[in-house]
Ligand binder design. Structure first.
Ligand code: ATR
Length: 270
């Protein structure tokens, strides 16, 4: 469920997973009117729906729904304050999860072969998309995770929230005050959507930096091109994250782990 949702590649991804695993499932895009989310979920559940993925702009509404009544949230969804996966349990109860963070961590560590243990990570952006991935990235054990944002206070507040949950290595600051170089730089801003680039100091890039854009498209994003131009070793878009978060949702619903590498390479050629 989302709005807009027509562009979503998720039905194709889940169809490929279902075929691989021999599961019969019907996964469709559902366009939901703004203000109509709760009603759309109730309608889906009443018609024997088993699970949902939730995308922009309903992830926070889905989180709020799971905090109400006897519904529940996983620990990572609670921390993310956003839900992208709903599982309908017995007696009409709903469990909310967030698989985005696991998705990006698996794409970086397994597919792109960059272990995050003791690494220095810079994340640009402090909106919902970034909040959703911080917990799982911190759990990978980086030396430092610095969040920067155009509106710096938002990055500082976000870092403090995670400090309070026991993660000491996370700090927050402004785009124009970044010190040192980073092994991994993640663009989690919505800037690419408008064909813009966040104003990041290129001094944060070294010859072994992986530049990762959480967005994806048919072409390398502006951020990827900028980072390679400034000397980054590698740049990747968020297609792998999309497939990995979908695989984690599939696991939650079916208890099966699909092969993601073949799906990523299929989508790259598609
Ligand atoms: P999302 O759910 O996609 O994260 P959001 O919560 O609205 O959406 O957050 C958008 C993020 O992109 C914010 O970090 C925003 O920065 P501000 O907090 O300063 O608004 C960032 N952003 C959007 N356009 C940007 C641009 N042109 N340059 C830099 N940052 C940008």
């Amino acid at each position: 469920m989302g709005n807009p949702v027509a562009h979503s590649k998720s039905p194709m991804i889940h169809d490929l997973f279902a075929r691989q695993c021999g599961v019969l499932m019907d996964y469709q895009r559902i366009q939901v009117d703004i203000g109509g989310f709760d009603q759309a979920v109730s309608h889906f559940a009443a018609h024997d729906g088993a699970g949902l993925n939730i995308t922009v702009p309903f992830k926070v509404e889905a989180w709020n729904m799971c905090r109400r009544d006897s519904n529940s949230l996983t620990a990572r969804a609670e921390l993310a304050e956003a839900v992208n996966t709903l599982k309908f349990c017995d007696e009409g109860l709903v469990q909310g999860d967030n698989t985005d963070g696991v998705g990006i961590a698996r794409d970086i560590e397994q597919n792109l072969q960059l272990s995050l243990v003791q690494k220095r990570i810079l994340i640009v952006g402090a909106g919902g998309a970034v909040r959703g991935v911080l917990g799982p990235l911190l759990e990978c054990g980086p030396e430092r995770l610095h969040v920067v944002n155009r509106t710096a206070e938002k990055a500082v507040t976000l870092a403090h929230r995670f400090n309070q949950t026991g993660f000491d290595c996370i700090t927050g600051g402004s785009l124009d005050r970044i010190t040192g170089q980073f092994d991994l730089i993640i663009n989690g801003t919505a800037a690419s959507l408008g064909g813009e680039l966040p104003e990041i100091d290129p001094g944060c890039i070294s010859s072994h930096t992986l530049a990762y854009d959480m967005m994806y498209g048919d072409e390398p994003t502006l951020f990827m091109k900028w980072a390679l131009d400034k000397g980054a070793e590698k740049a990747a878009d968020g297609l792998g994250m999309l497939v990995e978060q979908a695989a984690e949702s599939f696991r939650i619903w079916h208890g099966l782990e699909p092969d993601t590498a073949s799906v990523i390479s299929f989508l790259k050629k598609y």
